[in-house]
Design a binder for this molecule. Sequence first.
Ligand SMILES: [Zn+2]
Length: 111
Amino acid sequence: MSKYKILYFLCIVLAILCIVPIITCASLMEQQPWNETSLTIGVYVSIGVMFAFILVAIGIMMTRSTFRCGKCGMEFKGKPFDIIRGAHTNNKRVMTCPHCGTRGICDHEIK
Ligand SMILES: [Zn+2]
């Protein structure tokens, strides 16, 4: 496993973990001893950090990814828009193959 792949998964996990402080801050707003302004700042900071991790993950995926067409088997680099809109699982992604033009499930690898 390459270090970029580890970094990519780390960013995804950390982005998901950012949901915890968002929910915690939002639920604490109901209770009296807490300052509402600081909790609101906490929510926005958490959302900001979450987006930062997601952007890093997308950046790694765009620069380090290769895709292999499920139909013709050719390897290619994905176009940014195609990468973002494609439905995906952990190692599969729906992409348009530049060689045969088929839109279908491609193997996805981060190198
Ligand atoms: Zn193809």
